[in-house]
Design a protein around this ligand. Structure first.
Ligand SMILES: [Zn+2]
Length: 472
């Protein structure tokens, strides 16, 4: 079989060998001499020969390998450090590669279209097999298409591991594409990236000092702007910080007459056990101590970051405590539906009849289909018990008083939720949300805060749409 192949830099040396499932094409490199990579001098003096057998594009529906005879030459330059060298470079074959570049490119294209596993399956049918891992490796080694130099970029942090490791994402704002991921969010990293992209004219960023510094260092020519999302988020956070301090005062405001209030979340099906209450109280006491310490240091002028480090607290916690005039108490969580709910009436009736034996009651409702454990029944009975228990546990009244809600205040959403409501345009609030806002706005400061917040939101949103800002 004698075929003339177009194999760059080579000529076919002998007959093509036909094996059971593949062809081997013996080729020899065209050049008559080699050139020493060290000193550049040509040599025709052959030291030895060896063979390389890279896979190549299929021929005539057969897998194909080249058998390349590679010569090793003597370097005849007496001043050169090298004694021998192999002929290189071969542009169609990388050093030590097991496939020609043109085969690798085709396999990568298939991988790009079909993915690793699908590509590997298809390539078998096309007589250029490669494993799934190889296909993926070839795809990742493909050169990136040349992208136009970015002019306006947005930078923001992204979590590599939420809460512990953060990187920086760089977005081309004109093409709406992610163009790079940086390994951290420090000023030097951002500055280094910007220095390599000197055409950047605008950097949109959050308001962190690191990004500001990085942009100033790396792209002093560029204009820096805060992006809309961060502006609105910062504003809402400011409102939330203010609310932490004012929440207790706002909670004491009465509901406006005639306002509709969404039915409050169902109260806890039954009160918490004494040990749960004690644990909760202890936790509150610990946090109260932490709160006092944060307030003391903050009043003394210590920076928030230093306080966070000294006390081992999250910065957000320190900021919250530093701005709260009173210890921000958490509202009790509303309980979800209980398995016991459908049987509550029956149990209450039985207790009224005088049966306070929890195990007996549990067996009774189990007969009726209650799937839960006896523990919940025990607690249910304990809260409604009229007679002291033999084991000498405290009677119900002591526990009940501990779980009473504070005073007669109507519930107010926690600061974070309330901040959301207060910065929304009033037109998007439903009736009960509007009632909450009206209640809060009886307070003069609150009214001023919400007024400013709404105007700011409208301003930022309108700026984004290119519309004039209505001043209402
Ligand atoms: Zn040499």
């Amino acid at each position: 079989m004698d075929i003339s192949f177009a194999i760059p830099e080579c000529r076919v040396a002998r007959f093509v060998e036909q094996h059971e499932d593949h062809l081997i094409i013996p080729v020899r490199l065209d050049a008559a001499s080699g050139r020493c990579p060290e000193c550049g001098q040509a040599s025709r003096s052959v030291h030895s020969r060896y063979h390389r057998q890279p896979a190549d594009l299929p021929v005539s529906a057969s897998q194909t390998r080249l058998r390349i005879e590679v010569r090793r030459f003597y370097c005849l330059n007496p001043t050169c450090r090298r004694r021998t060298f192999a002929e290189t470079p071969m542009t169609f074959l990388a050093p030590r590669a097991r496939r020609t570049r043109r085969l690798g490119e085709v396999q990568a294209r298939v991988g790009l279209a079909c993915g690793g596993a699908g590509g590997a399956r298809l390539l078998t049918h096309l007589h250029m097999p490669a494993s799934r891992a190889t296909v993926l490796r070839l795809v990742t080694r493909m050169p990136m298409p040349d992208a136009p130099a970015p002019i306006r970029v947005g930078i923001d942090d992204w979590a590599i591991r939420k809460g512990s490791r953060y990187g920086t994402i760089v977005v081309d704002l004109d093409r709406h594409r992610v163009i790079d991921l940086l390994p951290d969010r420090t000023a030097p990293t951002v500055a280094g990236w910007l220095e390599q992209h000197s055409g950047v004219e605008l950097v949109a960023r959050d308001r962190s000092t690191e990004y500001a510094r990085g942009a100033s260092l790396g792209a002093p020519q560029a204009q820096q702007v805060a992006d809309r999302w961060h502006l609105l988020t910062n504003m809402r956070q400011a409102v939330e910080r203010w609310l932490h301090g004012a929440h207790a005062r706002l909670r004491s405001l009465p509901l406006l007459p005639g306002s509709t209030v969404r039915p409050a979340r169902r109260d806890r099906a039954f009160a918490r056990s004494l040990s749960e209450l004690e644990a909760g109280a202890q936790s509150r006491m610990r946090w109260q101590v932490v709160y006092d310490e944060v307030r003391r240091r903050h009043a003394g002028g210590e920076p928030l970051l230093a306080i966070a480090r000294a006390l081992g607290l999250a910065r957000a916690t320190v900021r919250k405590y530093a701005s709260a005039e009173t210890f921000p108490t958490r509202l009790p969580h509303g309980a979800g539906p209980s398995l016991l709910d459908p049987h509550g009436a029956y149990l209450a009736g039985r207790i009224d009849e005088g049966c306070e034996n929890a195990m007996a009651l549990w067996r009774e409702i189990r007969e009726q289909g209650y799937p839960g454990t006896s523990r919940q029944v025990h607690r249910f009975v304990a809260e409604r018990r009229t007679r002291p228990v033999r084991s000498g546990r405290k009677p119900r009244s002591a526990k009940a008083s501990a779980s009473e809600p504070l005073g007669s205040e109507a519930p107010l959403p926690p600061a974070r939720q309330l901040a959301w409501l207060l910065v929304q345009p009033t037109s998007v609030l439903d009736e009960s949300e509007a009632a909450v806002v009206s209640r809060v706005e009886q307070d003069d400061t609150a009214r001023a805060v919400t007024g400013l917040a709404r105007r700011f939101t409208a301003l930022v949103r309108a700026a984004g749409k290119g519309k004039p800002v209505a001043d209402d």
